[in-house]
Design a protein around this ligand. Structure first.
Ligand code: NCD
Length: 413
């Protein structure tokens, strides 16, 4: 199919410019000499009734602000920058500095029209993903698979130990070598910390960590960062200097382990870390945030620890990592419901959660009485999984520069 060249979507251009110039929406509108309302309508997806096309003169003006156009056709150096040591894997967020993380998120922006099903691309046509999940997963497994398919690739899945040869005693090394002969990239989720790195050591094809026990979850942290930028931009705030509260099982929750490292790449944050006594954030991660100049406050109740944060990131208690211990000590006042939000949060506080949340009656998790609250960003957060994971695949497989030149309109309704 011949590739159809398209002008980069105006949303991508606008968001990229705002991010590179490090301006909030209000400040960016002012710089362009337009109203905030006009800017908002240009940022809406083309499918929205409120959407407006940006006048050419504004696009030209953005060109004069020293912002490179998104989607330039030259190969990017992102793959090389993610390649460490000598292999294009994504195992931990330790590989990122702020610049690299933001460049990956800019690639994710370019994927938005595809993620929204307005455009189609085939840049990964012929490529196959091995999606190996040895621990429960719904959104991570499906969104990795969907992201690969939306780039034009195909996906082979395996779930659980029971149906894999690991149940027959096969080593991680052997499984990795075997699968590498079949596919072009591998996503692995495994219950042991460090296991995905072991998987990666046995292969030369890209391996992405989809969660290694209580270790890391780098793609979740990237999509959380992407969501945080978008949510803060909407309420005209910036991440530098923001107040982020993390609440729940901070000891076993791999999403917060990766997220605190990524957020620590920014400047002057305040972290409120709220966990029951036995489930605190690992001291090494608290120390890292402090070394990077952030203020960290630890508390064991919401009342002591959370006061009007910009972001409240709630987590699920990781029962499966506890072998029963610690469950009784998970107090009811860790339930984040309408009353708790009213008592501890501000009008602008963005409410996040990596999901799944425990929705069984009486669970001490994010409650569903907040579902109609516009501050609740959890489904915008899950939606972000597609463009962010598409960006990671495109970069690791060296096609990120080809996407904007390989778009056509989606034909289905
Ligand atoms: C999280 C995980 O698996 O670490 N879920 C996810 O990937 N979005 C969080 C959890 O299971 O609680």
């Amino acid at each position: 199919m011949p590739a159809q060249r398209t002008v980069p979507a105006q949303q991508t251009l606008l968001r990229g410019a705002m991010q590179r110039l490090d301006l909030t929406r209000n400040a960016f509108a002012e710089r362009l000499g337009v109203t905030r309302r006009a800017l908002d309508t240009w940022l809406l997806p083309a499918s929205s009734r409120e959407h407006r096309s940006m006048p050419d003169v504004v696009a030209k003006m953005i060109g004069t602000l020293g912002v490179p156009a998104a989607g330039a056709a030259a190969p990017s150096n992102l793959r090389a920058r993610l390649t460490r040591p000598g292999k294009p894997h994504l195992l931990s967020v330790d590989v990122f500095d702020r610049d690299l993380a933001e460049e990956v998120l800019r690639v994710a922006e370019t994927m938005e029209p595809i993620a929204r099903r307005e455009k189609v691309t085939r840049v990964l046509e012929g490529a196959v993903l091995g999606n190996l999940f040895f621990e429960p997963s719904t959104r991570t497994r499906v969104s990795f698979g969907a992201a690969f398919c939306r780039l034009g690739g195909a996906v082979c899945d395996t779930t659980g130990f029971t149906f894999s040869s690991m149940a027959k005693g096969e080593s991680i090394h052997d499984t990795s070598r075997v699968i590498s002969g079949y596919v072009d990239a591998i996503v692995v989720r495994h219950p042991e910390k460090g296991s995905v790195a072991e998987f990666a050591a046995a292969t030369h094809i890209p391996v992405i960590n989809g969660g290694d026990g209580p270790g890391e979850h780098p793609t979740q942290a990237l999509l959380d960062l992407y969501t945080i930028h978008r949510e803060l931009s909407r309420i005209d705030r910036k991440l530098d200097g923001a107040h982020v509260a993390m609440v729940g099982d901070l000891k076993h929750g791999r999403t917060v382990h990766s997220l605190i490292k990524l957020l620590s790449l920014y400047k002057g944050l305040k972290f409120s870390l709220v966990a029951p006594g036995s489930l605190e954030m690992p001291p090494a991660l608290v120390a890292l945030a402090r070394e990077r100049g952030h203020r960290v406050v630890e508390a064991d109740t919401l009342a002591k620890g959370v006061r009007n944060p910009d972001i409240l990131y709630a987590t699920r208690i990781q029962k499966e990592r506890m072998g029963g211990e610690g469950l009784e000590s998970y107090p009811a006042n860790f339930r984040i419901d309408r009353a708790a939000v009213k008592a501890h949060c501000a009008k602008h506080t963005v409410l996040m959660h990596p999901l799944p949340r425990d929705s069984t009656p009486g669970a001490n998790d994010l409650a569903d009485d907040l579902d109609r609250d516009p501050r609740l960003a959890i489904f915008r957060q899950t939606d972000s999984g597609i463009p962010v994971r598409m960006a990671i695949f495109a970069i690791l497989l060296g096609v990120d520069h080809l996407v904007s030149g390989n778009l056509r309109d989606a034909t289905w309704k």
